[in-house]
Design a protein around this ligand. Structure first.
Ligand SMILES: [Zn+2]
Length: 357
């Protein structure tokens, strides 16, 4: 088994992480972050669980990282992502963690965001000999297939010389995340577009395999966010059928595809294990961790209501500084996020499997 140095992982080291996960029958959690506090919670949890981890930013998470008050919103989305990446590059090494750095869904309107990040990535590569991000995602699943694959091929052509990987989406993940996605997760809608066709995956494989490294977010009934169960059936066999079709048509090794599971929050544990057994190496978890973070703040405020009303209690003269200091409740939030991540590392089987030495 490859042994990797702590820090941000890219290029052939990234492929080692993906390969080890697929061979070992486990997946890595991909956690959406939007602040130094949430990044640090992920690094803490990965170090504690001796697991490698994927840290990712959505466009609006990146904007929040730069500050929502920044005048130029597009600039904030670019610079916030760069700033978060620098933070992870500096600290992952010192936490002793191997972290993959990734950006989440970019639809057609956000192609300029990815290209601006690649401008920064090329400059970073010139200076450091490694990419700023390990990978980016393009989600053109709402566009016609030709446009989706054409743009993926073009962007992957820019990324491959930087030793970066591209995540693509085929079929549509239900629910909504940062304004991207679809609300039609109820049973009355026609759900056929929530299930990727293996023939589409084969077409994508043929188009991209000789350009560079890529992974596929294929839809098998998965939905962003947490909804009442039972509306959409998870059908992980779609992933298995895609793997076997490509293996047969392209005469590859078993499980040629590197698969990504979106909308992991709230999914049944058996379906998660089944998906992982078909070559899913990355499972996105956002909603459950947002809840864990906020749940702890809610509890802290409920337990200490007067500290959020008065600096000094008017009846008892008790000073409340040690309660309203934001570090107190943000630390409680981080600890609860770490606790939820303990569960994720265990569920995905990556606990104790870090390649970091
Ligand atoms: Zn997603």
């Amino acid at each position: 088994m490859a042994q990797l140095k702590p820090g941000v992982v890219s290029g052939k080291d990234y492929l080692s992480l993906v390969g080890a996960a697929k061979q070992g029958g486990y997946a890595l959690p991909a956690v959406n972050v939007s602040s130094s506090s949430t990044v640090n919670a992920v690094l803490e949890a990965a170090a504690k669980n001796q697991s490698d981890v994927i840290i990712q930013l959505s466009n609006s998470g990146a904007q929040f990282y730069a500050g929502q008050g920044m005048q130029d919103g597009f600039k904030a989305k670019v610079l916030g992502a760069v700033s978060a990446a620098m933070h992870v590059h500096l600290l992952a090494e010192h936490y002793g963690v191997c972290a993959v750095l990734h950006t989440d869904h970019a639809n057609k309107g956000l192609i300029p965001w990815v290209e601006a990040l690649l401008d920064h990535g090329e400059a970073y590569f010139k200076q450091h000999g490694k990419p700023l991000f390990s990978s980016h995602m393009l989600d053109l699943s709402e566009e016609p297939m030709d446009f989706n694959l054409g743009e993926c091929a073009r962007i992957l052509g820019r990324m491959a010389p930087l030793n970066m990987s591209l995540e693509i989406e085929l079929g549509v993940t239900g629910g909504e995340e940062d304004g991207i996605g679809h609300g039609d997760h109820d049973a009355s809608a026609d759900n056929s577009h929530l299930y990727t066709q293996p023939e589409d995956v084969l077409q994508a494989y043929k188009k991209l395999v000789n350009i560079g490294h890529f992974s596929v977010a294929a839809s098998f009934g998965n939905v962003h966010g947490v909804y009442k169960p039972g509306n959409v059936q998870l059908r992980p066999e779609i992933l298995k059928n895609s793997q076997t079709l490509i293996e047969k048509e392209c005469k590859t090794e078993p499980k040629p595809l590197n698969l990504v599971f979106h909308g992991g929050s709230g999914s049944e544990k058996e379906k998660i294990s089944e998906a992982v057994s078909y070559g899913v190496f990355k499972m996105n978890i956002d909603t459950d961790l947002q809840f864990a973070y906020s749940e702890a703040i809610g509890k802290f405020v409920t337990d200490n209501p007067r500290a959020f009303k008065y600096q000094i209690d008017p009846e008892t003269d008790k000073p409340y500084k040690k309660f309203y200091d934001p570090r107190k409740y943000l630390r409680a939030a981080e600890q609860n996020m770490v606790a939820r991540l303990d569960e994720a590392f265990a569920d995905l089987g990556s606990k104790g499997k870090s390649l970091c030495r």
